[in-house]
Design a protein around this ligand. Structure first.
Ligand SMILES: *Cc1c(COP(=O)(O)O)cnc(C)c1O
Length: 221
């Protein structure tokens, strides 16, 4: 990625997604590019919106709430995804603000999101985040706890559409993406949120429906 204007970076990213999708014999429109704009100011985001990007990701409720109302007023058809950890006491804000949440990872959040959705009358789709590399410091539910978490989400009528993961840094990501795809298949879930700037093409070849790309679009944070 050498181009430094945002429109060119966006076009290059779309081209790479299309190439990876073709390799896997998948239609490219089965992959949603989530442009992760965390830490970047509105001025850095507007050029991507002008270039046609409509789906954006943020990792903090507070940052999103400060940044996006104005941008959304300018461009109403923006979809905003929460890709970062969610605290239960922010569930209500998150449900009001985001069009998808990628970080459901524990029973207490099932309860908080169910309550927030009932109260808001708004049910953004959810991805269950899986700690796919069983890393101590990482968010996500343990693989062994996934069936129980999915069952409790179902009992609470939460709109779970897929699984999400962030594989261990510095290790080959493909086996982790393949494992997440298998877990989704086994649990009858179609959505797969996986792949970031350094590995989104690999993720697409292994079935990603949502790639979360920041640096490759916006430059370094
Ligand atoms: C920041 C972030 C991304 C984007 O990472 P890049 O390497 O900049 O593409 C994707 N997913 C999550 C959960 C993130 O926090």
């Amino acid at each position: 990625m050498t181009a430094d204007d945002p429109a060119a970076r966006l076009a290059e990213t779309h081209a790479r997604i299309a190439r990876a999708a073709a390799t896997a014999n998948r239609p490219t429109d089965t992959v949603t590019l989530v442009a992760v704009s965390k830490t970047h100011a509105a001025a850095a985001i507007r050029p991507l919106i002008a270039a046609g990007q409509r789906v954006f990701g943020e990792n903090r409720v507070q940052e999103a709430r400060a940044k996006w109302p104005e941008l959304r007023e300018e461009t109403p058809d923006i979809a905003l995804h929460l890709v970062g950890q969610l605290q239960s006491n922010k569930a209500e804000d998150a449900v009001a603000l985001f069009d998808a949440i990628h970080s459901l990872d524990r029973p207490s959040l099932v309860t908080a999101l169910a309550k927030a959705m009932d109260r808001a009358g708004r049910r953004p789709p959810l991805f269950v985040q899986v700690n796919i590399g069983a890393e101590d410091q990482k968010g996500g539910c343990a693989i062994a706890e996934l069936p129980a978490l999915l069952a409790s989400a179902k009992a609470a009528a939460l709109p779970v559409v897929g699984l999400m993961c962030v594989p261990p840094l510095k290790l080959e990501p493909a086996p982790y993406f393949a494992l997440l795809a298998k877990l989704a298949r086994d649990n009858g879930l179609a959505g797969l949120s996986m792949g970031m700037s350094s590995d989104y093409e690999t993720a697409v070849t292994l079935g990603a429906t949502h790639v979360r790309v920041g640096t490759a679009l916006f430059g370094a944070r």
